[in-house]
Design a protein around this ligand. Sequence first.
Ligand SMILES: C[S@@+](CC[C@H](N)C(=O)[O-])C[C@H]1O[C@@H](n2cnc3c(N)ncnc32)[C@H](O)[C@@H]1O
Length: 337
Amino acid sequence: MFKISQRRYLGNKNSILPFIENIIKNEIGDFNSFCDIFAGTGVVGNYFNQKNKKIILNDLLYHNFVALNAFLNTDDFNKEKILEIIDKFNSLSIEEDNYFSINFGDRYFSVDNARKIGFIREEIRELFLEDKIDRKEKDILLTSLNYSIDKIANTVGHYDAYIKKEIENRSFKMEFLDTDIEKNRNNEIYNRDANILIRDIECDILYLDPPYNSRQYSDAYHLLENLTLWQKPKLEGVAKKFDRTHIKSEYCRVTATKSFKDLIINAKAKYILLSYNNMANKGNSRSNARISDDDIFRILGLRGEVKVFEQEYKEFNAGKKRRDDNKERVFFVKVEK
Ligand SMILES: C[S@@+](CC[C@H](N)C(=O)[O-])C[C@H]1O[C@@H](n2cnc3c(N)ncnc32)[C@H](O)[C@@H]1O
């Protein structure tokens, strides 16, 4: 079974979950609701997911929303049916080309695997249109497909580019998802801009993990977004990306500080935790932090006293050089104003 943490995702917080948990234990204690508003893979919200807690999860990217629904929403599903479909998909061998193999075959995947992936995506679409699977079952199948292709992609962990060398025909295998809907009872999941959603929600703990530099997640994960949406758009450039204007994040632009201030002012939470990297002016310009420490302190300070917790951390930076002075930081505010 695929666990929610079993995918490669830039800036994922899988390795610092106990660190976040300790801050919450020491500074807050018990709580009823937790909002992971830049959820990405959802590993943080998932970590605190329990029967008697409400977890609100949100991400701007649709393929993340689908995965969050698959792992963490309240809907029931027919496990036997999904297992049968997955078995059938795993035993396929496809010889005809399709949208996916034409665009991504011999680039991100071997042609054989790309044909299979495109064929399976089309099958999932048809099963859903013919009412043979419902929305939850579709989300589970799509997420299983995304997790399985992540394991065989000819990349360094994201889809900004593919590795330009001969592709081995790695074996493709879909699996069921490790999910427990009993725990999901009170959860809410959204696919909105955090600055819009913040006006409609309330929670005890608001956890913020926005992108911190100019790298857009829609560039890094365009392929999964394309496969999940399956609108077969026209693609551009060597990396075969679609037009992503509508899913660019303000947090990766010079306007990040303005968006961050708007988010903090509008937050209805008892506590705010912010993960933000300490890379300001340390790496290359693309990895420089968009919001300065001074601005973080000033803006969070509008709501209460700010504390900072630090932990040494090995960043997943797509296999490139490791920065040993990297610290994962969590800013903490008990909201008083
Ligand atoms: C650092 S990642 C979060 C990683 C996540 N905590 C994890 O462990 O997987 C930042 C996420 O914010 C999302 N994002 C960027 N701008 C957003 C916005 N304005 N509203 C909602 N989500 C946004 C990105 O798609 C990305 O998944």
